[in-house]
Design a protein around this ligand. Structure first.
Ligand SMILES: Cc1ncc(COP(=O)(O)O)c(C=O)c1O
Length: 415
């Protein structure tokens, strides 16, 4: 089992476990694919990396090398971008409850775009920016009533989402746009929507584009909406139950549909934006664990590992499925069905419910695949588990991009 040209067990020995490892060339390949294929002769195009999937300084430097813009949703994510030397003019600040302090921080850092989520937030932005030297572009996050998650999408009026302005209440949107437009330091540039995650169906995006373009046109008399941000949600390959989606084909579908819809509204839209997170980082990431005790119960054979829901909450949070191998045993025949359980004090701390593997022994290195998105970024200190180290590996060379947390680090803020 090699990652970026290095053996998994060598990485485990060198850096310890649990360990998050990224194959840097795979990250770069994905960034190259998105930036190459999301281009059009008809529109200006922008790829925004949704950093919630994995936000750290080195990742931000990497996306910057490919000319990507950056989505942040908190003061902390923004602070990391500033610390990485990222050009804040290319930052898109999202979130349903940006605090007044975060809005101030964004304006002072020179954030280029704020995505407005609700009328109260719009009023706060107007209050803060009025009479200052700050300028900001604004997108309005709308909730188009399309919900798309793994393998299916549903067109229903999901009117109760905590995110964005529901298209059911257009009057509220009109009033908010008018309020924002009246402020000379604000440029109301576009509309934004994000309809879900792990989306395999191109059709969901086609439906989204139709709704967004039609609504941009409807707003024409109030504001010159010239940009549409279609959010992220492109699926990653986790297990054999998933189909692999092609970045090239999804980009083509999106851009062609945008071209068609733009004809309907006399070429009003000039810029299209997408916000992939998971699809850039998930498949490049691997979590390495050392196997501890093996335990047999009447109906299960457990292999316990030295991490768990504290470094990857996704299986416990939403029954996410993963594939794994035992380093050095990937070509041996599978002989048992194991449950891979973490070491946290929750019965739900199961990383993989059922997986066929060769004989697993204490001390083996278990390599979980496709862990690069929403793993480290959702990690917690539950049970005072220290956060793992994160390593990027490229052409046979590894470098630590986040150190392993020590117990001293962990309690350093405690009085
Ligand atoms: C506004 C917004 N944009 C982009 C994303 C990225 O989604 P994904 O990682 O599924 O591509 C998210 C994820 O929650 C989001 O909320």
């Amino acid at each position: 089992m090699e990652i970026g040209g290095m053996k998994a067990d060598v990485l485990a020995k060198q850096y310890g476990t649990p360990l998050a490892v990224y194959d840097e060339n795979r990250l770069r390949d994905r960034l190259r694919e998105f930036t190459e294929y999301f281009r059009s002769g008809s529109f200006e195009t922008t790829v925004i990396y949704a950093s919630k999937a994995f936000n750290c300084k080195e990742m931000i430097r990497l996306i910057s090398d490919y000319g990507c813009s950056l989505d942040v949703v908190s003061g902390g994510e923004l602070y990391t971008a500033v610390s990485a030397g990222y050009d804040c003019a290319k930052v898109f600040f999202h979130g349903n409850n940006k605090t007044p302090a975060e809005i101030r921080m964004a304006l002072e850092a020179g954030v280029g775009t704020i995505v407005i989520d609700n009328p109260m937030e719009a009023a706060e932005l107007v209050k803060q920016i009025h009479g200052t030297d700050h300028k900001v572009n604004v997108f309005l996050r709308v909730n188009p009533g399309i919900e798309a998650h793994t393998h299916k999408y549903i067109v229903t009026a999901h009117v109760d989402s905590k995110f964005g302005f529901s298209l059911v209440d257009k009057e509220e949107i009109f009033e908010t746009v008018k309020m924002l437009k009246a402020e000379e330091n604000i440029d109301v540039e576009g509309l934004h929507a994000h309809i879900g995650s792990q989306i395999f169906e191109d059709k969901a995006y086609e439906e989204l584009i139709r709704k967004m373009f039609a609504f941009a046109h409807e707003l024409k008399n109030i504001a010159e909406i010239r940009s549409v941000n279609l959010g992220g949600g492109f699926a990653a390959y986790y297990t054999a139950a998933d189909k692999r989606i092609s970045v090239r084909s999804i980009c083509r579908t999106i851009l062609e549909t945008c071209e068609e819809e733009n004809e309907e509204i006399d070429g009003q839209i000039k810029r299209i934006l997408i916000e992939p997170g998971r699809s850039i980082v998930a498949e490049a990431g691997y979590n390495l664990y050392t196997v501890g005790w093996i335990k047999k119960t009447p109906n299960r054979l457990y292999a316990f590992v030295d991490g768990g829901m504290s470094d990857n909450i996704r299986p416990a949070l939403y029954q996410a499925k993963y594939d794994a191998v035992i380093a050095g045993k990937e070509y041996l025949p599978t002989i048992h069905t194991y449950t891979i359980a973490g070491k946290c004090c929750e019965s739900g701390d199961i990383l993989i419910d059922s997986i066929d593997l060769p004989e697993v022994k204490t001390g083996d290195i278990l390599v979980m695949k496709t862990t690069g998105a929403y793993g480290y970024s959702m990690a917690s200190h539950y049970n005072k588990q220290a956060l793992p180290a994160v390593v990027f590996v490229r052409d046979g060379e590894a470098r630590e991009v986040i150190e392993r947390e020590t117990y001293e680090h962990m309690i350093s803020l405690e009085k």
